[in-house]
Design a protein around this ligand. Structure first.
Ligand SMILES: [Zn+2]
Length: 336
């Protein structure tokens, strides 16, 4: 799940930002809308959901503990639209901290009403929703498309890693590669665009393994027909399995050099993006380099988001690169 905000105009439920879309070849205006759904069903199961996900505890902020009726969603939609309409966003990204297509999280009636409302927003050409693969069915997607009318639907799938073993042991994602492939086949058959999320550095991976698996996962996602790949670098959120390992010095988020390396090794594959590094809720630890070069690298990653120009990383160098390279020679995660 990507739900970040680096815009000074950020609101609680909605904000505007700008990013380069390599498929369109231009910088586009994106409207991000956070819908207060009931929260990810997977995270509510006994096992506690994905190891890195802090949204299960954050959801309360958006829902205030209530399950909202449809009119609250539509009122919220109208209110947020009014605030950003003059920006004429071309892309609408809806995040609900789970699966938009899961009726237990966003009631079915609400899903359709929201789609109908989107169909009436003139500037919006495309709309992104997120879903776990098990909530993607031909019937459900067809219905959403019919309510969106001529708007292009994009579905974000959190594959996280091509390896079933890493996806399930290091992340606890709870589905297999074949489930992702089934969902992507359904979506492509209905001319829906697919955006695949890949997690950089799940638990139990060395820095080098983290880079290699991210690259391999992107190659795989594009080979299966994914239109976009977004890499989300792991950040340590409170009350997660990842926090347990981080607190006992058994895990650190990836180096920013690793993010740059992944961008360099995958940008030629297609529309890739590195997700923002200012996640909500505020993480306990973020990907970083040394204190000296971290601000510059963060700035260049933002430039990459807005330009998709890999040359923004060309003239970078710092003493800490040597330490990062040493880290890459280690076979196991460093226990600091
Ligand atoms: Zn440095």
């Amino acid at each position: 799940m990507e739900a970040t905000k680096d815009s000074p105009k950020s609101g609680k439920y909605s904000y505007i930002d700008y990013l380069f879309d390599p498929l369109k070849g231009e910088t586009i205006c994106r409207w991000v809308l956070m819908l207060p759904g009931a929260g990810c069903s997977w995270s509510k199961e006994k096992h506690g959901g994905c190891h890195m996900c802090g949204f299960k505890h954050e959801n309360q902020k958006y829902t205030l503990g209530f399950r909202f009726p449809t009119f609250i969603f539509t009122t919220l939609f109208n209110m947020c639209l009014k605030a950003i309409k003059h920006k004429k966003p071309e892309l609408l990204a809806i995040f609900n901290g789970g699966s938009f297509t899961n009726d237990k999280e966003i009631p079915h009636k609400t899903q359709l009403k929201i789609c109908k409302k989107i169909s009436q927003v003139q500037s919006v050409e495309r709309v992104l929703i997120e879903s776990r693969p098990e909530h993607i069915t031909t019937e459900k997607i067809k219905l959403l498309i019919s309510h969106l009318k001529e708007k292009q639907l994009i579905v974000g799938l959190g594959l996280e890693c091509v390896s079933d073993e890493i996806r399930n042991k290091s992340i606890n994602k709870g589905f297999l590669k074949k489930d992702y492939e089934k969902a992507i086949d359904i979506l492509k058959a209905l001319h829906v665009q697919v955006l695949t999320y890949i997690l950089i550095k799940p638990l139990f991976l060395s820095e080098k393994e983290a880079i290699d698996h991210a690259v391999e996962s992107a190659e795989y996602a594009f080979s299966k027909g994914s239109d976009y790949v977004v890499f989300n670098a792991a950040m340590v959120q409170k009350n997660t399995k990842m926090e347990e390992f981080y607190s006992s010095s058994k895990y650190t988020p990836p180096w920013l050099w690793s993010l740059v390396e992944i961008a360099k090794r995958t940008h030629h594959l297609g529309a890739i993006r590195i997700g923002d590094l200012s996640e909500e809720p505020t993480p306990l630890a973020l990907p970083q380099n040394c204190d000296k070069c971290t601000p510059l690298l963060m700035e260049r990653l933002k430039q990459f988001k807005k330009t998709h120009n890999i040359k923004v990383f060309d003239d970078l160098g710092c003493d800490c690169q040597e330490k990062w390279q040493q880290e890459l020679t280690r076979l196991h995660p460093t226990l600091t």
